[in-house]
Design a protein around this ligand. Structure first.
Ligand SMILES: Cc1cc2nc3c(=O)[nH]c(=O)nc-3n(C[C@H](O)[C@H](O)[C@H](O)COP(=O)(O)O)c2cc1C
Length: 454
């Protein structure tokens, strides 16, 4: 196997995934407030030798569409009920052995000391399987939940995130790997010369250190990011080791792949150390027509207004004030600019109205749907993997855990038969699975290297 394909599963610790229809699907389990649900998904993906299970997270009930909380609560729109993924992941560390556990934490609403502590702890409890999806958060409602009147501006959030990561890296490095002595006979617990204060005082944060959590198996979590604006992509190119991407078109995915890899080189990094993971929703059937029936059944359950509520949350822009039957307008949004650009691009290309975009958003936040027999789905993955759009894929479920069961039982063996995907784990940490070398605790290159002719 030359270049290795990577696979991850996507969840929100809640009743839905990217698909709003997921919770209404008769095949979906309904006990997503209980640990067994997450255990079943994680163990299934581990049986399928997946690299990691990924948890997205949002920090507010959706109120961005017409400032109305009743409609999203009634229809179960994304983020209307979520539990804390860090605690879910800590539970999963106990019932899995190999699969990576990636959770989302915001650099806008937490403090680096707290976040460094959470991930240091998770990395210990999981034996080196922790990853952090670094997000800058999306909307005003989240600000209001965390004591602020206004959400920080888009680029300011990234400025804060930059300092956040620098501080977190220094905290993770505050314990040298061999600082814990634990010598019962001499009574020496730790070597104080190997535990360092951090004494950081910057624009956004002050912290003294050291971290209370000793050096962890991976030194720090794997860094995942999902920025889609130009400043977001630069942030990813600097820091991320995996990037989570949403783009429904192969040409968009190829352009994103090239763009990010070249930004990583501009920062003096080896582009192979930044793995790109587009996401898709699979519909697998014994025949293509069975798969298409499954897709149509699922898509029919998606409610366009719920989709527009989620679009409003993601972009931090109120789409309730526009004509549902007109094309989506070109507005400047303070939330996720890249996802809005994708919506606009689709709308122009396919002549879609705002209602159509709402429907697509409810079916899966503009994720592509890969539909067909196990062989046809493996073909699409292979094509994208070899065709310059992906180092791996994040699977999002149309129904959970059914989508993951189908994929692991039917598509993974086909990918393995083709020599594309591992038949067993060869290492124990998430860094091992992703083929990343030892983690550096030096903040990634900060200055941009401009190439000759660029
Ligand atoms: C594919 C994708 C997934 C994201 N997942 C989350 C998430 O789970 N939680 C969150 O608060 N923000 C999430 N974000 C928001 C980003 O982290 C970022 O804060 C926001 O998109 C603004 O940056 P951008 O304009 O560079 O995309 C996601 C964005 C994208 C594009």
């Amino acid at each position: 196997m030359s270049r290795a394909l990577h696979l991850a599963g996507f969840l929100i610790a809640s009743h839905v995934t990217h698909s709003h229809a997921a919770w209404r699907h008769p095949g979906s389990e309904t006990d997503y407030l209980a640990p067994g649900y997450y255990r079943r998904v994680a163990q299934t993906l581990e049986r399928g030798k997946f690299d990691f299970l990924f948890f997205a997270d949002l920090l507010a009930t959706p109120v961005r569409y017409g400032d109305d909380i009743r409609v999203p609560l009634r229809s179960g729109t994304q983020a209307s009920a979520t539990i804390d993924p860090a605690l879910v992941a800590a539970g999963l560390a106990n019932v899995t052995d190999r699969i990576g556990l990636a959770i989302t934490k915001s650099t806008t609403y937490f403090h680096p000391y707290e976040v460094a502590r959470i991930f240091g702890t998770l990395d210990h409890l999981s034996g080196g399987r922790a990853a952090w999806n670094v997000v800058t958060s999306l909307n005003q409602a989240e600000a209001q939940n965390f004591g602020l009147d206004n959400h920080l501006g888009h680029d300011e959030r990234y400025d804060r995130a930059q300092e956040f990561l620098e501080v977190a890296y220094r905290l993770w490095g505050s314990w040298e790997p061999d600082a814990l002595v634990r010598d019962k006979a001499s009574g020496v617990f730790a070597d104080p010369d190997k535990v360092h204060v951090v004494d950081h005082a910057g624009t956004w944060f002050k912290t003294r250190g050291p971290l209370t959590v000793p050096h962890s198996p991976q030194s720090r979590p794997v860094i995942i990011q999902a920025g889609s604006s130009s400043v977001g992509k630069d942030f990813a190119a600097r820091w991320a080791e995996a990037v989570f991407e949403i783009d429904p078109t192969p040409e968009g995915r190829r352009a994103y792949y090239d763009d990010l890899k070249s930004r990583a080189s501009d920062f003096g990094r080896n582009p192979d150390d930044l793995k790109i993971f587009p996401s898709f929703v699979p519909f697998v059937g014994e025949t293509e027509s069975i798969a298409r029936e499954k897709q149509a059944f699922h898509n029919e359950l998606a409610d366009p207004v719920s989709g527009l509520i989620t679009l409003s949350v993601h972009t931090d822009h109120d789409f309730s004030r526009y004509d549902l039957d007109a094309p989506i307008e070109d507005v400047v949004v303070p939330g996720t600019q890249g996802l809005f650009d994708v919506a606009r691009r689709l709308s122009v290309r396919d002549n879609l109205t705002l209602r159509d975009i709402g429907r697509l958003y409810a079916q899966g936040v503009l994720l592509p749907q890969f539909v067909g027999t196990p062989e046809q789905i493996a073909d699409q993955i292979e094509e994208g993997f070899h065709g310059g759009e992906a180092d791996g894929y994040i699977l999002s479920a149309a129904q959970a855990p059914g989508t993951f069961n189908d994929f692991v039982d039917l598509v993974v063996p086909e990918l393995q038969r083709r020599g594309l995907f591992r038949t067993d784990y060869t290492g124990t940490t998430l860094r091992d699975h992703l083929g990343l070398g030892p983690a550096t605790l030096e903040p990634a290159a900060r200055g941009r290297v401009v190439r000759a002719g660029a």
